[in-house]
Design a protein around this ligand. Structure first.
Ligand SMILES: Nc1ncnc2c1ncn2[C@@H]1O[C@H](COP(=O)(O)OP(=O)(O)O)[C@@H](O)[C@H]1O
Ligand SMILES: [Mg+2]
Length: 309
C-alpha cells in the first residue's frame, strides 16, 4: 500500500467506466483526506453516481482503482467503515424507524447506539412510526440514520436532498453537519452550487465524466457561481463598466448592457451609485452547465488545483 493510500480516506486512481457506448466516467483521480467534507458537484449525467457506486464497490470500474482507508471498497464497507446513502434506495416497509435502524446496526461489528443515532439524525420523534408513513424529509433522515449506525469513518451520500423541499433540505444538512463535526469524512454529490458552497470544505466539480475543477468551496463558487446583470443604460463607455469591481466582462447592445460578474452584489451597488440612470435591472444566475462548459472549454481551463489539498 502506498503512503498516499494510508494517509487518505479515499484514493481514486484512473477510474474509467462506460455503459456500452456511454462514457460515464472517463478518468477520475481523487484523494480525500480524513475529516474532509467534499462535495461532488456537477449537472445531471456528469458521472457523479457512477463514481460514487464505484467508491462503494457497487460498480466495478473498467479500469482504475478505489482504495478506502487502504482497503478495497467491499472490505471497508463490510467492517462498517463506510456508510452509503444511495440516490434511489427504498426503506423496508412495516418496520418502525427504531426497528429498522437497530436491524441495520446489528449487521456491523461496532455500531453506534440506536438512541444516539436517532438523536443525531433528529428522528427521535418519529422513532415509533412505520417507515411507509414518513414524509420525504423524514425518510431521508432515516436513510441517513441507516448510513450512520455502523459508526462509519466515511459517509458517502448521493444527492441526499434531491427530492426535498427547501425546509427539509435545510434540516437534512443540519443533521449532516452534526455528523461531520464528529470528525467523519463526508463525500456528497449534488447539482446545487449553493449546497456545495454551504456544506462542503472542498468542492470537486465534475462534468462529462471528468473532474474539471477542485478547490475550496469559496474559490469554486467564485469560478462557477457567476451572475449576469442586464440593464438599460445609454451613453456610458463599455470599458468603464468592465472596470467596475466584481465585473469580469461587459457587452453592449444598443441601449442594453450585460455585465458578467463574479460578485454581482458589489457590481450592482457600484453600478447604481455611479450610474443612477441605469434602469430595467435584472440579475440572473449563470446555469451550472454553462459555467462548467466555460471552465472545461474556456480560455483558462487549467483550473484543477489537485496537487495540494
Ligand atoms: N446503468 C446505466 N446504463 C447505461 N447508462 C448509464 C447507467 N448509469 C449511468 N449511465 C449514464 O452514464 C452517464 C453518467 O450518469 P451518472 O453517473 O448517473 O451521472 P450523475 O449522477 O452525475 O447524474 C449518463 O449519461 C447516464 O445516462
Ligand atoms: Mg446521480
Amino acid at each position: 500500500m502506498s503512503a498516499e493510500e494510508q494517509s487518505s480516506a479515499v484514493v481514486l486512481q484512473g477510474l474509467v467506466k462506460s455503459y456500452g457506448p456511454v462514457r460515464a466516467v472517463t478518468g477520475v483521480d481523487l484523494q480525500i483526506r480524513h475529516g474532509e467534507t467534499v462535495a461532488l458537484l456537477g449537472p445531471n449525467g456528469a458521472g457523479k453516481t457512477t463514481t460514487i457506486d464505484m467508491m462503494l464497490g457497487l460498480t466495478k470500474p473498467d479500469t482504475g482503482s478505489v482504495s478506502l482507508f487502504g482497503q478495497l471498497p467491499r472490505a471497508a464497507v463490510a467492517r462498517g467503515a463506510v456508510g452509503g446513502m444511495l440516490q434511489n434506495g427504498t426503506l423496508l416497509r412495516d418496520l418502525t424507524v427504531r426497528e429498522l435502524v437497530a436491524m441495520v446496526g446489528g449487521l456491523y461489528p461496532d455500531p453506534l447506539s440506536v438512541d444516539d443515532v436517532l438523536r443525531i439524525t433528529d428522528t427521535v420523534d418519529i422513532a415509533d412510526r412505520r417507515t411507509q408513513k414518513l414524509s420525504g424529509g423524514q425518510a431521508q433522515r432515516v436513510r441517513f440514520a441507516m448510513a450512520l449506525v455502523s459508526n462509519p469513518e466515511l459517509l458517502i451520500l448521493d444527492e441526499p436532498t434531491a427530492s426535498l423541499d427547501v425546509g427539509s433540505r435545510r434540516e437534512f444538512w443540519g443533521v449532516m453537519r452534526r455528523s461531520a463535526a464528529l470528525g467523519k469524512t463526508v463525500v456528497f454529490a449534488t447539482h446545487y452550487l449553493e449546497e456545495a458552497d454551504l456544506y462542503a470544505d472542498r468542492v470537486v466539480v465534475m462534468t462529462r465524466g471528468r473532474i474539471v475543477a477542485d478547490g475550496p468551496a469559496t474559490e469554486i463558487k467564485a469560478r462557477v457561481g457567476r451572475k449576469n446583470i442586464r440593464a438599460t443604460l445609454a451613453d456610458v463607455g463599455i470599458d468603464s463598466l468592465r472596470e467596475l469591481p466584481g465585473v469580469v466582462g461587459a457587452e453592449r447592445r444598443g441601449e442594453s448592457i450585460l455585465l458578467r460578474c463574479v460578485d454581482s452584489d458589489q457590481a450592482l451597488r457600484l453600478l447604481l451609485s455611479r450610474y443612477p440612470a441605469a434602469s430595467d435591472i435584472e440579475v440572473t444566475g449563470v446555469g451550472l452547465e454553462e459555467a462548467f462548459i466555460e471552465i472545461t472549454e474556456g480560455p483558462d481551463s487549467s483550473l484543477t488545483s489537485g496537487e495540494d489539498h
